[in-house]
Ligand binder design. Structure first.
Ligand SMILES: [Ca+2]
Length: 308
């Protein structure tokens, strides 16, 4: 599929065929040659996350799926293996407040921040709890999967999770140093430029959904980047292979790294449908965060890479 013209809003691009069988995603891999890659940023936007410094590194050749792993593909994995996710074994997962309007779920307060709710029975198959299902969402990214779940899926599918360097190199789509997969133009709230699935309005109270989606969007929504990869920014966070660590010698970084080590945090890239510049400016390529390896929420998924 050709890359989008610069500045062209999307969601109208003809999607590739989605299939629940594992063979289909393997056929649509994008092969990247590797070489010199620029990762990180010199901009001090969220320095506490360890985005800086920008640096040049070498990356080897690899292949990447243009799409995040979908509910359909994850269902094929579960059907083939009987796998139960950590959320299913724990009996609960974290769901964003506003997604719970229609769900008569058993809820409890989650650890801060306050807009997350622990929902008993929430899982990849029941994204808002026992009274929800995947109707209309088979082509959406799977969510409520932990890092450990993602690793198990990757082993079954013959792939692996990307490193941060591979992820940023792929997300840049041939535009080294670009802020976003489409270039540097900032998305806005009024609908003039809506290249990805993030938040429009005042977080966490008002989301106009001008980009078409209040929660997850189909994995192939919006225009792909220059390498033909969809939704590297926004929609769902994506687990990466790296342990989360901030490269800094400050006292705050040391405390953050100790916390990350205690929780066995792993790296997440790409931001989600809950990101907005005013609150969580993490739909940038260089942005990053971490979460415990066994944790799951309604806005975290993953995509696979493959060694040639
Ligand atoms: Ca949205």
């Amino acid at each position: 599929m050709p890359p989008a013209a610069a500045g062209e809003p999307s969601a109208r691009a003809a999607p590739p065929a989605l299939d629940a069988t594992p063979a289909a995603p393997l056929q649509r891999r994008v092969h990247l040659p590797g070489g010199r890659a620029r990762v990180g940023t010199h901009e001090r936007l969220l320095p506490q996350d360890g985005e800086s410094p920008a640096r040049e590194v070498r990356v080897g050749p690899f292949a990447i799926d243009p799409l995040a792993v979908t509910n359909a593909w994850f269902a094929a994995f579960v059907q083939a293996t009987g796998y139960r996710t950590e959320a299913e074994r724990y009996g609960w997962s974290l769901v964003f407040d506003a997604c719970l309007v229609a769900a008569a779920a058993t809820m409890g307060a989650a650890a801060a921040p306050s807009w997350w709710r622990r929902v008993d029975g929430a899982s990849w198959q029941r994204p808002e709890g026992p009274h929800s299902d995947l109707t209309g969402r088979l082509a959406h990214p799977v969510v409520h999967v932990s890092f450990n779940d993602a690793v198990a899926f990757a082993a079954w599918a013959g792939g692996r999770l990307p490193t941060e360097v591979e992820w940023e190199y792929a997300a840049a789509g041939g535009r080294p140093g670009a802020r976003f997969p489409w270039g540097d133009r900032e998305p806005d709230d009024d609908g003039a430029f809506l290249p990805c699935n993030i938040w429009q309005g005042e977080f966490p109270g008002t989301n106009s959904g001008r980009d078409g989606f209040l929660g997850t969007a189909p994995a192939d929504a919006f225009a792909p980047n220059g390498y033909g990869l969809f939704n590297m920014s926004g929609n769902t966070w994506e687990w990466c292979a790296d342990a989360f660590r901030v490269r800094s010698l400050t006292r705050a970084a040391k405390a953050r790294n100790q916390q990350a080590a205690r929780s066995k945090e792993r790296l997440l890239k790409g931001g989600s449908y809950l990101c907005h510049r005013s609150y969580c400016y993490r739909y940038r390529i260089a942005a990053r965060t971490g979460a415990a390896a066994d944790s799951s929420t309604g806005h975290v998924g993953f995509r696979l890479v493959f060694d040639d």
